[in-house]
Design a protein around this ligand. Structure first.
Ligand code: GLU
Length: 338
């Protein structure tokens, strides 16, 4: 049987670290090194390995992921795997999902345990990602699955996957929907297909995204938040360069009442999206009264972020602004997310 051609693009991250002379882990390995460490890959696929960068994912930029998406779009391989750090995987995978529409599997994978530790997970995750990319069910459903993340033998949808723990091996999860598939022995066991209507509607609205970076402030709400940073941003020249804001709100879409006035000013100054700090899940729209519950905030002009995690809402808002969408179009687009 012929082996599918799989293109591996390496960005860096723990999966690509090596110890320096003092034992501290540094980004060092390239795509060839990652592939060489897993001889079994060659029996499953014809591998093309490309080193894109050697950086921690905490230092990646939106521009770098846009450039990566263009590379993936141009790849003639029958499957694409991106290796990177885990820190921003939930954001980069989602951005790739917004930008790419491919009929071949596109998978992001990474490692939690570095190669100097007992049982590093990088080689196993890379092998799992290649197995998933070669699987007939995954290949048949590649377009409906969208960009996937493969970690610890589970396959997740880019819109849903989050990094839910800073250090443990099973750090990734899709709390809202569960995984799309599990890898058991050498088999992919399908579990569900993602609902892609919001992604499709978003892509249609976005069109070609070819603008420049648009800084989006992430404003995480906590008990007794005084709102001084928001006030300072609004009072500063050019709003400190911010073009939009995501307000990570409490519960079903609430912020402290003392912020009513500044929240209204924020909504008039720039597209400001409310997103659930609980970590995703649809918010309320019409239950609670008061100026800073869902009804009041929506009336004040805040955009309702739907079920997206605040980090993903920030990625989507940056993409909308980069695409040059006006506020009304951004509000409509977020509406599709619940
Ligand atoms: N902070 C680094 C990164 O995201 C290492 C963390 C990791 O890969 O797990 O690339």
């Amino acid at each position: 049987m012929s082996r599918p051609r799989i293109h591996i693009l390496a960005l860096g991250g723990t999966i690509a670290t090596r110890p320096d002379a003092s034992g501290v882990m540094q980004m060092g390995a390239g795509a060839d090194d990652l592939v060489k460490a897993v001889p079994l890959l060659g029996t499953l696929a014809e591998i093309e390995a490309e080193t894109v960068s050697r950086v921690g994912s905490h230092s990646l930029s939106f521009d770098q992921i846009h450039a990566l998406a263009a590379r993936i779009a141009a790849s003639t391989a029958e499957g694409v795997i991106v290796t990177q750090g885990t820190d921003t995987l939930e954001e980069t995978a989602f951005l790739l999902d917004l930008l790419l529409e491919r009929d071949v599997p596109v998978i992001v994978t990474a490692a939690m345990r570095n190669p100097s530790l007992t049982s590093p997970d990088g080689p196993g995750n890379l092998l799992a990602a290649v197995r998933v990319a070669c699987d007939p069910w995954i290949r048949d459903h590649a377009r409906s699955l969208g960009v996937m993340a493969v970690m610890l033998d589970e396959v997740y949808a880019a819109a849903d996957v989050i990094k839910a723990h800073p250090t443990r091996l099973n750090a990734f999860a899709s709390p809202q929907t569960g995984p799309l598939a599990a890898l058991v022995e050498d088999r992919v066991v399908p579990l569900s297909l993602p609902v892609r209507d919001a992604v499709a509607a978003t892509r249609k609205r976005l069109g070609k995204v070819d603008g420049t970076a648009q800084p989006v402030a992430l404003l995480w709400m906590g008990l007794d938040e005084p709102g001084r940073l928001i006030d300072a941003m609004l009072g500063a020249s050019d709003h400190l360069g911010y073009r939009g804001a995501v307000v990570a709100a409490m519960g079903g879409g609430h912020i402290p009442e003392r912020l009513a006035e500044v929240a209204g000013r924020l909504a008039s100054a720039m597209p400001a999206v409310v997103s659930p700090r609980a970590g995703g899940g649809p918010m309320l729209r019409q239950t609670y009264g008061g100026p800073t519950s869902e009804i009041g905030l929506r009336k004040a002009g805040l955009i309702w972020g739907g079920r997206l995690h605040p980090l993903k809402a920030r990625v989507l808002l940056e993409t909308c602004l980069r695409a040059g969408l006006p506020r009304a179009a951004i509000a409509e687009l977020f509406d599709a997310w619940g």
